[in-house]
Write a new protein. Structure first.
Length: 179
C-alpha cells in the first residue's frame, strides 16, 4: 500500500465515487456502531452544503474527508474515513492536514467530533493538537458520547479583523495601481 506522500486528494467528482465512499463508510467503524446505513451515508456524500474530498493511491480509493464550511461551527470536519487496510500508515494525518489547510484559509478554528469508543482516532486527534471542548452524552448512540474537539490559531474576532484589514489593503492597492 502507498504511504501518505503518494496519495492524491481531490474533490468528489462522480456518483460512482460517492457510492464507493458511502459503501466504505457504512461498512466500517465507527459508523457501524453508530448505525449509519449505506443510504444515510450516500445522502451525506451528496449533501450540497458539504465539501467532499477523495484520497486515492495506486490501489484506488484510500479514504475520504467531508467538511462543513457553513453554520455555527464553520470549519467542521464531519468525516475522516480510511480504508481499513490503509489505516495506520499516516493517511488520516494527511487528510486532516489537508482539511486544516482548507479550513484555516477561512476560519481560525477547526472542529470535529470523535466517538467515545473510537479511542485510536481520539489519540490521533490529540497528537495533532486537538483539544476537548465538550461532550455530547448519548447523542447518537445510548451509552456513548460524541466528544467535540477544537484546534485553533486564534479567535473569530481576530480573524475577522485580519480579513477586513486584508480586504482594505487590497482595495487600496488596486485603487493606487489604477491611478
Amino acid at each position: 500500500m502507498a504511504n501518505a506522500s503518494t496519495v492524491s486528494i481531490s474533490p468528489l467528482q462522480t456518483e460512482l465515487d460517492a457510492q464507493a465512499c458511502a459503501r466504505l463508510m457504512a461498512s466500517s467503524e465507527p459508523w457501524l456502531t453508530l448505525g449509519r446505513t449505506y443510504e444515510d451515508s450516500l445522502r451525506i456524500m451528496q449533501d450540497p452544503t458539504r465539501e467532499v474530498y477523495v484520497a486515492r493511491d495506486e490501489g484506488g480509493l484510500a479514504g475520504f474527508l467531508i467538511l462543513c464550511m457553513t453554520g455555527a461551527f464553520v470549519g467542521y470536519i464531519q468525516t475522516v474515513c480510511i480504508q481499513p487496510d490503509r489505516r495506520g500508515q499516516g493517511l488520516g494525518t494527511h487528510l486532516i492536514q489537508f482539511a486544516e489547510d482548507r479550513i484555516f484559509k477561512e476560519s481560525p478554528n477547526v472542529f470535529m467530533c470523535v466517538s467515545s469508543f473510537n479511542r485510536e482516532a481520539g489519540r490521533l486527534y490529540e497528537r495533532l493538537g486537538y483539544r476537548v471542548v465538550g461532550e455530547l452524552t448519548d447523542y447518537i448512540v445510548r451509552g456513548h458520547a460524541e466528544i467535540l474537539l477544537r484546534k485553533s490559531v486564534g479567535s473569530l474576532s481576530e480573524s475577522r479583523v485580519a480579513s477586513h484589514e486584508s480586504r482594505v489593503t487590497s482595495r487600496q492597492s488596486r485603487m493606487s495601481n489604477s491611478q
